[in-house]
Structure formats: structure tokens, C-alpha cells
Design a protein around this ligand. Structure first.
Ligand code: SAH
Ligand code: SF4
Length: 406
């Protein structure tokens, strides 16, 4: 079934050819003296068929192809170069993309075909995959910023601080490239889900992320269903409200909770000092969630910090009345911190306790950690591709000296 188009929220003007929506292409081409429908054709070539080179846009008149090449030639290409491509034994792929400013952005392609359930995708969604004959749905994890200003102490991006926002073209470009590489691999893998869980806090880069969401869910483009696009946030309340309004609650929302008291949450997530738990929960209660949908609560389990069973009890109390599913993420080690995950039995106990309270709780499978591609391991790379050497011991009890949200 074709996805229902999203309402288009007020967007900042496009800054790059890859960011233009059909109606924006139509306006541009009309100004060039072309019929408006050509705008839709250009959009489809780029976003549906993955063709950026005007010479290959064969349904367009030659004169228009030539003008596109002449006036927009440089922009009609991915706004990055593939700098490195790594593949883990579990077939997870990590791509390092070199963007302007000589920085690398990371995106990860995670196949879901190993027989185990993808905790972030509902069973109903997987049966739909079978119906359309997709043998191996892939989830792509994309980045929204280089580094992150939120300063969470367990996260490599947070420890590094914010380097810069990504543009909408750099964000949607990751998805266009991911789909193209899977096509080229020709192993039956198809891009099915996108999660904004890579580097960066997506809601701290709202304008670019909103445009990228409209682009990647456009039915004449990548055509991803909004149910299959998950935005994960550390809890920027005004922007969650705005996302709910702009997209009618249809983009799948994931909230990084990680603790159930303000004291503990502020110690590991400085953003909590600005947007404390009670306000965050009130915000989730008013989020315009469509029927039968739930908000995902991510809970990174850190040994000795937030893995006590009392935290599970408190979590159940905190979320009462909010339709949620909990996704537990055993903390992945990062070079910059001595914090780590509890052992498997500790994780299982925590999960069982949540379930005793009637909550749906899953444990996120570790994928790609042997190529540093797991959650929170997406770090900064310098011009030569080496990881930024920045090791420091992180306090568990204190705020961690991170950067607060702006
Ligand atoms: N900034 C957003 C999205 C990117 S992080 C957010 O914080 O939600 C995506 C998820 O990975 C978040 O839930 C985050 O808390 C988690 N994460 C960060 N570092 C991690 C680590 N070292 N181990 C496990 N999960 C981690
Ligand atoms: Fe930023 Fe998310 Fe990492 Fe926190 S967990 S520092 S919000 S990327």
C-alpha cells in the first residue's frame, strides 16, 4: 500500500538541490520557462530512482538536462564521498562519509535477516515484509549532527561535543546512498527502516531534520512509511511538541530515558537539568500519538548506575498512562569512559522486572560492535580517519562536565 503523504510543515528554504521537494523543483523549473510537471519528474529521478546525473534523466528534454547540469551540476551529487566502508561478520556495514569541512559522518546498515526479531519493528511490520517478498529488510541508522552538544557521559558523540549540524541534503543523502549500496550489493537486502540514532541529537537540528523527514517519506521519493522512521531524542521538550504538531505524531518517537530520578538522570544526561522528568512525561502524555502506536523508551543499562531493580519499579510508575514499549540497550563500551553494561543476567533481571509491571520490554541486540558501529560508539574521526584521541574518566555521580543543550 502506498504510504499516505505527510502534511508538509513550514520548512526553511532548501539550500541544496537534493533538498528540493517536488513543488520547489516545479517553482524553479517554471521560472526557467518549463512546465511545472517537470519538477516532479526531476524529484522522482533523484529520490525514487536514485539518479542524480541529469544526463541520465532520460524522460527530460535534452535542453533541460543540459541546463540542470550547467546550473546545478555540482549540487546534483551526494554532498559527501564514501571515505570508508566496513563490514562486520554479522553483515552490519558502517560507512564513513567525508562531508565538507573534512569531517566524517557515520551511518550504519543493519540487516535484520538473522532470524532474531528486530526489537524496534513490530511483528505486523515484519509480516508486511514477507507479503512484498522482501527477503532481508535492512534498518539504516543515520546521523543528524557531527558530534553532539548534549554531553551524555556514556556516549562517544556526547563526549566529543558538537562540531556542526548536518544539512537536510547530508541527512537524506545518507539514506539515498544506503539504498543505492544495498541495490548494488544485490544480496536481496532492501532498505526498510530508518532510525535517527546515529551521531547527534536530531531535535537540536530541527529544521534540517524536519526537511529530511519530509523528503525520505515522500511517496514520489524514497517512500518510507512514517511508521518506519524513528526519531530518537534525549528529550528536548519544545521540539518534541513541534514534531508532534508538524507531523501529527506520525513519525515514530523514541525517548532516551536512562534513569528514573532527576538526580540520576541529570548525572548522566545534562539535558535533564533543563528538561526534567516530570515535564518530559507531561510532554509525552500530550504527544498526538496515532491509535495503536506506542512511544519507544530507550534505556541504556549501565552497571552500578541505573540497573538496580528499584529503577525498573520506578520506571513503571513514571510511565503509567503513557503507551510505551521499553527498549533496553546494554551499554556499549566507549574509549572515553570506564562505564559499562551489567552482565547478561543483570539485563535479564531488569527486563523481567519491567515485564512483571506489565510493560513490554525488549533487549536491543548488539550489532556491529566489532567495527565500532554500535549505539554510542559513533565517534569523531579526524582528517586521516583516526578516532579523535580524547580519553577522560567520567564521573558517575556528577554531571560529567558535558555541554548543555542550547
Ligand atoms: N541523540 C539521540 C539519538 C542518538 S543516540 C538520543 O540520545 O536519543 C541513540 C541511542 O543510543 C540513545 O538512546 C542513546 O542513549 C544510546 N546510546 C548512546 N551511547 C550509548 C552507549 N555507549 N551504549 C549504548 N547505547 C548508547
Ligand atoms: Fe547526544 Fe544522544 Fe549521545 Fe546524548 S546519547 S550525547 S543526546 S547523541
Amino acid at each position: 500500500m502506498a504510504p499516505r503523504p505527510l502534511p508538509t510543515p513550514d520548512l526553511a528554504p532548501p539550500a541544496h538541490a537534493l533538498e528540493r521537494l517536488p513543488e520547489e523543483w516545479a517553482a524553479l523549473l517554471e521560472a526557467w520557462g518549463e512546465p511545472r510537471f517537470r519538477g516532479g519528474q526531476v524529484f522522482q529521478w533523484i529520490h525514487q530512482r536514485g539518479v542524480c546525473d541529469p544526463a541520465e534523466m532520460t524522460s527530460l528534454p535534452k535542453t533541460l538536462r543540459a541546463r540542470l547540469a550547467e546550473e546545478l551540476g555540482e549540487e546534483l551529487a551526494y554532498p559527501f564521498a564514501v571515505h570508508r566502508r566496513g563490514r562486520a561478520p554479522d553483515r552490519t556495514q558502517k560507512l564513513l562519509l567525508r562531508v565538507a569541512g573534512e569531517r566524517d559522518v557515520e551511518t550504519v546498515l543493519i540487516p535484520q535477516n538473522d532470524g532474531s526479531a528486530d526489537p524496534d519493528v513490530d511483528v505486523a511490520d515484519r509480516s508486511e515484509d514477507r507479503e512484498v517478498g522482501i527477503t532481508s529488510p535492512v534498518t539504516q541508522c543515520i546521523s543528524s549532527q557531527i558530534g553532539c552538544a548534549m554531553g551524555c557521559v556514556f556516549c562517544a558523540s556526547g563526549v566529543a561535543g558538537l562540531q556542526r549540524h548536518l544539512s537536510a541534503a547530508e541527512i537524506v543523502g545518507q539514506v539515498l546512498l544506503g539504498r543505492e549500496l544495498l541495490r548494488q550489493d544485490d544480496e536481496g537486502d532492501r532498505l526498510r527502516n530508518v532510525v535517527l540514532m546515529g551521531m547527534g541529537e536530531p531535535l537540536h537540528n530541527y529544521d534540517a531534520v524536519a526537511r529530511a523527514l519530509v523528503l525520505m517519506t515522500h511517496p514520489d521519493g524514497l517512500g518510507l512509511s512514517t511508521r518506519r522512521v524513528t526519531l530518537s531524542t534525549s528529550g528536548l521538550i519544545p521540539q518534541i511538541d513541534r514534531l508532534g504538531r508538524d507531523f501529527q505524531g506520525r513519525v515514530q518517537l523514541a525517548i532516551s530515558l536512562h534513569a528514573t530520578s532527576d538526580e540520576r538522570r541529570s548525572a548522566i544526561m545534562p539535558v535533564n537539568r533543563k528538561y526534567p522528568l516530570a515535564e518530559l512525561m507531561a510532554c509525552l502524555r500530550r504527544y498526538p500519538l496515532p491509535k495503536r502506536r506506542r512511544i519507544t523508551l530507550e534505556y541504556t543499562l549501565i552497571a552500578g548506575v541505573n540497573d538496580a531493580l528499584e529503577e525498573a519499579d520506578a520506571l513503571a510508575g513514571l510511565v503509567r498512562g503513557v503507551p510505551v514499549k521499553v527498549n533496553l540497550i546494554p551499554m556499549n563500551p566507549i574509549a572515553e569512559s570506564d562505564l559499562g553494561a551489567p552482565d547478561a543476567s543483570g539485563v535479564a533481571r531488569f527486563r523481567a522486572r519491567l515485564m512483571k509491571h506489565g510493560l513490554t520490554a525488549t533487549v536491543r541486540r548488539q550489532r556491529g560492535d566489532d567495527i565500532d558501529a554500535a549505539c554510542g560508539q559513533l565517534a569523531l574521526y579526524g582528517p586521516a580517519g583516526e578516532r579523535t584521541p580524547r580519553r577522560r574518566r567520567l564521573p558517575v555521580a556528577g554531571p560529567g562536565g558535558g555541554h548543555g543543550p542550547s
